[in-house]
Design a protein around this ligand. Structure first.
Ligand code: PMP
Length: 400
């Protein structure tokens, strides 16, 4: 198909999610850059939204994909056959996680990981209530949407799951909502779409304690914050607070679709018995995705990319100061640039793309925050130059 035909078919036949898609015509992507039909090299400063932490098309990930595709692709629904890419990845992850998170259930996406986590919590506890947070984001399928805390996205799909109580993030009032009727508390240790808001450490420790007291499970959604983005493999490590179930996806697959939940053998028994096969997936843990993820995790650790995330934060905090910038929030390379209003935010994002070929975005639940999530492999010079351009762009929009 020609490029013109592709463009035409995109607008005619690919289902759209808004009436204003970016519509850049991608012809390639490598490292930090997206390449477009008109010859532009666009700096992907959001990593496809926290996916391409290793940059696009990392050669070791590409090789793992090619080799596994040649060996075998899908063979049987998840959980029946022993497939080396799954086993290897599960063992590697278990060796990096606390010992209570030593089993991994593979799925295809973030929202599926959360769906599975919610079901697992219900079946394990025999309860059906959940506690979740305003402006939290957990995905767009019905279970995940039921615990997502933004009315504008929920209302059109109601009724959703019953029995979900919402609390403001970092609000101590949550402790009263966590009772012995609650199956689980589901939360992001750093709210992502809500505007890159880290949890207060004492508050998070308090939630852990209250969950343990009431027998409610604590689910951390680290779909966006995981795999080194915040400077540690998972953000919960900054807090020393261990969840009962950890969900992950996005950067996990090194660019391939993959998600997972980690929990204990004891909790995962709920999926094995009464009846057996009560939660299954055809494509979850696809061998090609798992091979890619195993290679990506190996590179992340070997190349010290988590430490790199911490450097990115330091550089960003040093440069992003001055006119129009209200605050820089977040951890590592999961940062948000808080601006004064939605108009300046929209203009800054548009200006950076048009004039500087820097791809930025806002977050789903905040229109006054510019999302900054560069690939962890970005080099110092490009990082600094890009941040300076963003800073100056903010100052310029503020003036007009
Ligand atoms: N949780 C969080 C924190 C996310 O950022 C996302 C994706 N933006 C999801 C869940 C849903 O993941 P997916 O799009 O893979 O279903």
């Amino acid at each position: 198909m020609s490029q013109d035909a592709s463009r035409d078919a995109f607008y005619r036949h690919v289902a759209q999610t808004s009436d204003a898609p970016l519509g850049l015509e991608i012809t390639g992507a490598d490292g930090v850059f997206l390449r477009t039909r008109d010859g532009r090299e666009i700096i992907d400063f959001i990593s496809g939204i926290a996916v391409s932490s290793l940059g696009h098309g990392h050669p070791e990930v590409v090789r793992a994909v090619q080799e596994q595709a040649a060996r075998h692709m899908h063979v049987m629904v998840y959980g029946e056959l022993i497939q080396r890419p799954q086993s290897s990845l599960a063992a590697r992850l278990a060796s990096l996680l606390p010992e209570t998170l030593d089993r991994i259930y593979f799925v295809n996406s973030g929202t599926e990981a959360n769906e599975a986590a919610l079901k697992l919590a219900k079946k394990h506890t025999g309860r059906h209530r959940f506690v979740a947070f305003r402006d939290g984001y957990h995905g767009d399928t019905q279970g995940s949407l039921s615990v997502t805390g933004r009315d504008v996205y929920r209302t059109p799909y109601e009724p959703l799951l019953p029995g979900v109580d919402f609390c403001s993030f970092n609000d101590p009032a949550v402790m009263e909502l966590i009772t012995d009727e609650v199956a689980a508390v589901i939360m992001e240790p750093i709210q992502s779409e809500g505007g890159i808001i880290p949890a207060d450490p004492a508050w998070l420790a308090g939630i852990r304690e209250r969950c343990t007291e009431t027998g409610s499970l604590l689910i951390f959604d680290e779909i966006q914050s995981g795999f080194g983005r915040t400077g540690r493999l998972f953000a919960f490590e900054h807090y020393g607070v261990v969840p009962d179930i950890l969900t992950m996806a996005k950067a996990m697959g090194g660019g391939m679709p993959l998600g997972a939940l980690a929990s204990s053998t004891r909790i995962f028994r709920a999926f094995m018995y009464d009846p057996p096969l009560n939660h299954v997936t055809t494509f979850g843990g696809h061998p090609v995705s798992c091979a890619a993820a195993d290679a990506a995790l190996h590179v992340l650790l070997r190349d010290g990319l988590m430490e790199r995330a911490a450097n990115i934060e330091q550089t960003a905090r040093k440069i992003l100061k001055g006119r129009g910038i209200v605050e820089v929030r977040g951890m590592g390379a999961m940062l948000g640039l808080q601006l004064a209003d939605a108009d300046i935010t929209r203009k800054t994002v548009a200006y950076c793309l048009k004039e500087h070929s820097i791809l930025l975005g806002w977050t789903l639940h905040s229109d006054t925050l510019v999302r900054l999530a560069p690939p962890l492999v970005i080099d110092d010079d490009l990082l600094e130059q890009t941040l300076i351009k963003i800073r100056d762009a903010v100052a310029m929009q503020g003036r007009s």
